[in-house]
Write a protein that binds this ligand. Structure first.
Ligand SMILES: [Zn+2]
Length: 343
């Protein structure tokens, strides 16, 4: 089936009460790992590419790999999403290439580092919503600012510095009519999210629940939501790595989020850890090996295992066959008629 609209997938997830993992990719092995995991668990899935991934893969390589994925796995509904678009121009180029969903992150200025004003955020988000919805493409926005930096993008800091204000989130959805909203509740990008298992003082699930009560029709997105399992850290360190002890977002907190309006969960670090651990193990145990397939195959397998686990934990497993893709032109028509207007 063709690439599908993220709005359609998230609306369906909301009806059935599950969450959908959004996994980042840069290359063929990562796309294959996700598609294999989706096939085995019969999951609809979101595959996302950051600006860094688009430049690493020269954009067209990535896009054609995604087309290959839809050909080889015709039974799996897949969204191709732009992660952290920094400007309307970046979103425009993604839409023109065939992405079915874009994130306009106007919580930061175009440099991807400096927190912006509310007015700036509304202005750029509205611009992207107008452009994207006219083509049936979904828009994720962000209000509040996450911690940490990844792929050169992020405000840094702890994640507690610019938490999302629930009243402002409500106003923002009215002002922009975005489809999905990333919120800041204490999470950060990258591997070093928390210095111990997070409790309510650093991971603000209460705030998430309050935001959902105010905007129940808006799909919430949790960024920086890798769980950073100790087993994956241990494999890396056992085979010569040097990771410092760190904690991610526990799966049970994500599941609580899913009960309270979270429909998209971004996971990148866990997959990076799994692949790197598998590669280190092969090279450590068999230093005579030099065929890239000898370590890329186990790396792909390790990532597939993590993705399958998340798909089951988020509840998307088993739901692939319930989705018949709505063509983007039809989605555009529905947006035009105001069928998705903010309520
Ligand atoms: Zn993010």
């Amino acid at each position: 089936m063709p690439l599908v609209s993220m709005r359609q997938l998230l609306d369906e997830a909301a009806r059935k009460g599950y969450g959908v993992g959004a996994f980042n990719v840069n290359n063929m092995e990562q796309i294959q790992a996700i598609m294999e995991a989706a096939r085995e668990t019969e999951s609809p899935v979101i595959i996302q590419a950051s600006r860094g991934a688009r430049s690493y893969s020269q954009d067209r390589f990535l896009y054609h790999l995604m087309l290959a994925a839809t050909e080889l796995y015709p039974e799996i509904p897949v969204v191709l999403h732009l992660d952290h678009g920094n400007s309307p121009a970046t979103c425009k180029s993604a839409i023109e290439m065939g992405f079915t969903s874009v994130m306009m992150d106007g919580s930061l200025m175009e440099d991807g580092k400096t927190p912006s004003s509310y007015e700036y955020n509304v202005r750029v988000t509205r611009e992207v919503v107008a452009m994207a919805h006219a083509k049936g493409v979904t828009v994720e926005a962000e209000i509040g600012t996450l911690g940490g930096i990844e792929d050169g993008h992020g405000a840094g800091g702890s994640g507690l510095e610019h938490l999302t204000d629930p009243g402002q989130a409500e106003q923002f959805v009215k002002d922009t009519n975005c489809d999905a909203l990333a919120i800041a509740i204490g999470t950060s990008h990258g591997a070093y999210k928390f210095t111990k298992k997070p409790d309510g003082s650093v991971l603000k699930m209460d705030r998430l629940i309050e935001i959902h009560k105010r905007i129940p029709a808006t799909h919430l997105v949790m960024h920086g939501s890798s769980s950073v399992p100790k087993e994956l850290q241990d494999i890396i360190n056992q085979y010569g790595g040097k990771l410092k002890p760190t904690w991610g977002v526990p799966v049970e907190e994500i599941q609580l989020g899913i009960k309270n309006g979270v429909r998209k969960i971004n996971v990148d670090t866990d997959n990076r850890l799994a692949m790197t651990g598998a590669i280190r193990k092969v090279l450590w145990e068999s230093p005579e090996k030099f065929d890239p397939r000898d370590y890329l195959k186990p790396a792909r397998e390790a990532m597939k295992k993590v993705v399958m686990q998340r798909m089951t934990q988020f509840g998307q497993a088993g739901h692939a066959k319930e989705i018949t893709p709505i063509p983007l032109e039809e989605m555009a028509e529905m947006y035009r008629k105001g069928q998705f207007a903010a309520r």
